[in-house]
Design a protein around this ligand. Structure first.
Ligand SMILES: [Zn+2]
Length: 414
């Protein structure tokens, strides 16, 4: 028995029906030992260390919960800046209709936007989210992120398909990136999507990332007409973009958007492809040819909201692609909850295991963001946050067969 356990009032000893460290197998009745700052000191498996577990329980220091303890969640794709658009855009518009609505609605007073962002940040924290990859077009979210308990990486997003504006847009984005970095927040400059950046702008962003070794993110195949636009220069998306008056000179590339964009990918930057609603075999093959550099972000609730369709999830799983989860923004989702995204995937793809979905919400995204040493698993030395997943009544535990249900809830414990 290690006696220090008993003499520390600052430490916490958390236990539940099951502990999911994620980086190691599940532990029925496991005990998680944390220091006063939430850092993992030990993970006790009673099947291996019965003496310690029994001593702690009989000392009355163990906080026991009905349910499952899992590490804090990571939301790999969000747009805090669009939080004030909650409930303002109708469902099922398709992507071109959605983009049009966002551009018409997004200009609100900064005060209104900041209040909505604060509420969204709070909502994510309450939902057990501890890390967020956030798309930003401005620096308006800076103060919210600085004060937040959540760890943010900001993707400063650039778009303009007209090459004459490439330098101006790029320099503006670099200034926004510097504002975040100067205030101790990580940030990288990224393209919005292959169809909203000129080749010149893509080059500038790619070279910039090459220098900084930044993580890249890009919206990808959220609509079928992205493919038509690149391959043949036709379809609803290119018609919408031409209608805005600045994209008249679009020329079909004769290849898919991913095929066109990949040559600009910096050699040392991990790439996050977001949505992938219409991505298929050819795209998976291209990505796999890039080996370990591509992560695939699923935002299933937003996909159903905008396009009423889900990506080829099981094909992605069968190929062992690195899958992470995102909520997208409150303009295309009714909540900012990774648990709700997990539940949705469980409902639509019953053969997905809880372990697979949990890894996509915790450990997998830490490899992309470079947060491996602090978040994503109950590993000694990390400060991953602790969530309780529960439902009432909590079902009888059968080894390795836990499944999320529509009534599963999350409670942030640490
Ligand atoms: Zn998005």
């Amino acid at each position: 028995m290690q006696k220090w356990y008993l003499y520390s009032s600052m430490k916490r000893f958390l236990s539940a029906n099951v502990l999911y460290p994620v980086s190691s197998p599940v532990i029925p009745d496991g005990i998680l030992v944390l220091d006063g700052n939430g850092m993992v000191l030990d993970v006790i498996d009673p099947r291996i260390n019965l003496e310690s577990a029994t001593a702690l329980k009989s000392a009355g220091v163990v906080e026991y919960f009905d349910g499952i303890l899992v590490p804090g969640f990571i939301n790999a794709h969000c747009h805090l800046e669009l939080s004030h658009l909650r409930g303002k855009i109708s469902e099922g518009t398709g992507l071109p209709g959605f983009l049009k609505a966002v551009s018409q609605l997004r200009s609100d007073e900064d005060e209104i936007i900041i209040e909505a962002m604060k509420a969204a940040d709070q909502e994510m924290s309450m939902q057990g989210i501890v890390g967020v990859g956030d798309i930003s077009n401005r620096a308006v979210s800076l103060s919210v992120k600085q004060k937040s308990a959540i760890k943010y990486h900001t993707f400063v997003e650039v778009f303009d398909l007209h090459p004459d504006y490439a330098v101006e847009r790029f320099e503006e984005a670099v200034r926004i990136q510097a504002a975040f970095r100067d205030n101790g927040l990580s940030a990288s400059v990224v393209p919005h999507a292959p169809y909203t950046v000129s080749e010149r702008l893509l080059q500038l962003i790619g070279l910039h990332a090459e220098v900084a070794g930044d993580v890249w993110s890009m919206h990808h195949y959220e609509t079928a007409s992205e493919h038509d636009m690149f391959v043949s220069g036709t379809g609803e998306l290119v018609s919408f973009l031409k209608g805005t008056g600045r994209y008249d000179e679009w020329m079909a590339k004769g290849v898919s958007s991913l095929n066109y964009t990949l040559p600009y990918l910096p050699a040392n930057s991990p790439l996050l492809l977001v949505h992938n609603t219409y991505a298929g075999e050819a795209d998976f093959n291209h990505a796999q040819a890039l080996s370990n550099k591509v992560w695939w972000c699923l935002c299933p609730a937003a996909n159903l909201y905008i396009e009423k369709r889900l990506p080829a999830v099981m094909e992605m799983v069968a190929r062992n692609l690195k899958i992470v989860l995102g909520t997208d923004s409150l303009s295309s989702n009714i909540h900012l909850s990774i648990l709700e995204e997990m539940k949705l995937l469980t409902g639509y793809f019953p053969s997905l295991s809880f372990e697979e979905i949990l890894a996509s919400a915790t450990l997998q995204p830490t490899h992309f963001f470079g947060w491996d040493n602090m978040l994503g698993s109950f590993t000694v030395g990390k400060k991953p946050g602790v969530n309780l997943l529960f439902e009432e009544p909590f079902p009888q535990w059968h080894e390795s067969v836990y499944r999320l249900t529509p009534t599963t809830q999350v409670r942030k414990i640490v």
